[in-house]
Design a protein around this ligand. Structure first.
Ligand code: ADP
Length: 601
């Protein structure tokens, strides 16, 4: 009792520990997953930002490179322009990025100019409807932006400044109302028309190969109306977005002139040197004088020796306001979905391992219990076998003693003692035989010799063997074997042994019933041999276990009916070796029926 409590509390304790571990694992994995999810989103955003930065830098370089003062345009001296164009072509990885240059003078009546690559000069051209649309867009102060999306053109205002100035843009937070910007009059607009094919087929493809070489993320580029510019549209939430074609002040910081940066010292280091041209003001102007803008740009002209100062405010470019938007989405639908599936997988693996652990513990406990039970049964077996041996040995001993002492002198007496010794010796040897058979079968040493025979022959043989016991106990035996039964292929000796075991049990557990029947029938390709008695019967709980080796019902042990618990397990082994089975039905106090079912020959 004490032991079973220890086992139960051990099992409960282990189960509790497993549940606790499961709970901890769930909590821990969820926590890790949440922080991984956050990191993954951050990484995706950073990568999208870097992608956009590279893209925008290419566009911005094309834009700022062509800031040429009004004098050039007024004097039609194209050498400065050509010098800049050559410089840009030399530096850029995409010389085909710019397809055309147009120039509109601020006076509406002058004809537009187009850059002629052959003569390396601007020549007048017709004001075609697309050009007119660009011109209108450029001249409209209200809607002006540095990018005209429809024609994919960059529009660079040329200010009519008197002298070249060096500008520095410093980011500041708005604190007070800024004075209006003294914007110089515009001399005209340079239109830098970009080639969409080069952007899509070269620039974007290169950047995708650089930032998204594997298929982990899907990339798409959309315009403001969510129209697809590049690649398949992404359904659902995008994991990260970044502005493209962005020429807002916010982004200028990224491509400041590094050489000039070095020359700026101390606190001025925060300053980002854009260019040495007053044209930078276009940006302030495009952003408008919006007092609510979060970025204020102070433009200092020529830090030393002159210190004239321009101040302007500009709006940060809110995401989605840029002409194009880069959208990134994880290939499994979204990063959240991916992380959720990762969590599910990790939890499944974790719980799987815990389940395995639980199963292993359960298996260990069960096999330990089995081992304990077997050990107990074997001890019981040894004591019951010794007990079984004791009676015949005592009979043999005393019969032998009487013979030696000359107690039995008459021939009749001597022959009775002889029969007694023979009978007890036979009992002993059959017991030893049974034990050896069991041991041999368990060690897989038992060999069966199959031959075709009739059920009658085997049953007759078994009954002959049991005859002395039947006579001794005065049993009424009914044999009911139809002659029409088909032949069977069996090991005759083994099957006879099995039937004997059943018959002997019927006699042993007859409880004075004095009746047994051996019958046989066939059907469904099977032959069934049954041994039925009107004995003590077997309880339901015992019935499921009597075929286990060494198992004996408590009642028979208490009633001191001799036995070793091996007989039925041998019957089971024999039946199974013949491709059949054995089963029993019984009612306590009424009797039992044991049936060996064998396949027909
Ligand atoms: P043994 O007879 O040596 O105990 P068995 O393996 O032949 O071993 O039988 C196992 C147990 O099954 C018996 O101890 C007994 O409790 C029960 N049993 C077997 N045959 C009968 C029967 N005909 N009637 C009642 N109980 C039986």
């Amino acid at each position: 009792m004490k032991r079973s409590w220890t086992t139960i509390s051990l099992i409960v304790g282990l189960a509790g520990l497993l549940v606790l571990l499961g709970g901890l694992q769930h909590g821990w994995l969820s926590q890790i997953n949440a922080s991984e999810n956050e990191k993954a989103h951050k990484r995706a955003q950073e990568q999208a930002d870097r992608f956009a930065m590279d893209f925008n830098r290419e566009i911005q370089n094309a834009y700022f490179n062509f800031q040429i003062d009004a004098e050039t345009w007024r004097n039609k001296d194209w050498s400065a322009f050509n010098e800049r164009f050559d410089f840009w072509k030399e530096k850029t990885a995409y010389p085909g990025l710019i397809s055309e240059f147009y120039f509109f003078e601020a006076k509406p009546e002058t004809a537009p100019l187009v850059f002629d690559r052959g003569s390396r000069s601007f020549i007048t051209t017709d004001l075609t409807p697309p050009l007119e649309a660009i011109r209108e867009f450029s001249f409209d102060e209200k809607i002006f932006k540095p990018v005209e999306e429809n024609s994919l053109s960059l529009i660079l205002p040329i200010y009519d400044a008197e002298r070249k100035l060096e500008n520095i843009i410093i980011r500041r937070t708005a604190t007070e109302k800024m004075p209006p910007i003294p914007v110089p009059p515009k001399f005209g607009f340079l239109v830098i028309k970009l080639d969409p094919a080069i952007i899509k087929d070269e620039l974007l493809r290169d950047l995708i190969a650089k930032y998204y070489p594997d298929d982990e993320f899907r990339v798409s580029i959309t315009d403001k109306q969510n129209g697809v510019i590049f690649q398949t549209p992404l359904g659902g939430e995008r994991d990260a977005t970044a502005p493209l074609l962005d020429l807002s002040p916010e982004n200028f910081i990224f491509y400041g002139n590094k050489d000039l940066m070095k020359s700026v010292e101390g606190e001025k280091r925060q300053a980002v040197v854009l260019n040495s041209r007053v044209e930078s003001l276009t940006l302030d102007h495009t952003a408008g004088n919006d007092e609510n803008g979060t970025v204020k740009i102070e433009i200092k002209k020529d830090l030393s020796p002159r210190t004239s100062v321009f101040t302007a405010t500009g709006k940060t470019s809110a995401r989605g306001e840029s002409p194009w938007t880069l959208g990134i989405q994880h290939s499994s639908g979204s990063l959240d979905a991916f992380m959720a599936s990762t969590l599910r997988r990790n939890l499944a693996i974790g719980f799987g391992i815990l389940f395995l652990l639980a199963a292993a513990i359960a298996a260990i406990i069960i096999s330990a219990q089995r081992a304990k039970m077997l050990a107990r049964r074997q001890i019981e077996f040894v004591s019951s076998v010794s007990h079984e041996f004791r009676t015949p040995l005592a009979v043999i001993y005393s019969a032998g003693e009487n013979l030696a002492d000359g107690v039995a002198k008459e021939d009749q007496q001597v022959s009775r003692y002889g029969d007694l010794i023979k009978g007890e010796g036979k009992k002993l040897s059959s017991m030893v035989e049974q034990i050896l058979e069991f041991a041999g079968a368990n060690a897989g040493r038992r060999r069966f010799n199959f031959s075709v025979t009739s059920v009658n022959e085997v049953v007759d043989n078994a009954m002959d063997e049991c005859r002395p016991l039947i006579n001794e106990k005065n049993m009424a035996v009914v044999i009911n074997i139809p002659t029409s039964l088909p032949l069977i292929s069996v090991d005759k000796a083994a099957l006879s042994q099995a039937i004997q075991n059943l018959v002997v049990n019927s006699i042993k557990y007859s409880d004075g019933g004095g009746w047994l029947r051996v019958s046989a029938e066939n059907g469904g390709g099977k032959v069934k041999i049954s041994v039925e008695d009107h004995g003590i019967g077997i309880s339901k709980s015992d019935l499921s276990r009597i075929f286990e080796p060494f198992y004996r019902a408590n009642e028979v042990v208490d009633a001191q009916i001799h036995g070793n618990g091996l007989g039925l397990s041998l019957v089971k082994q024999i039946a199974e070796a013949h491709g059949g089975r054995v089963f029993a039905s019984s009612q306590v106090g009424k009797g039992s029926t044991f049936t060996i079912e064998l396949p027909q020959n």
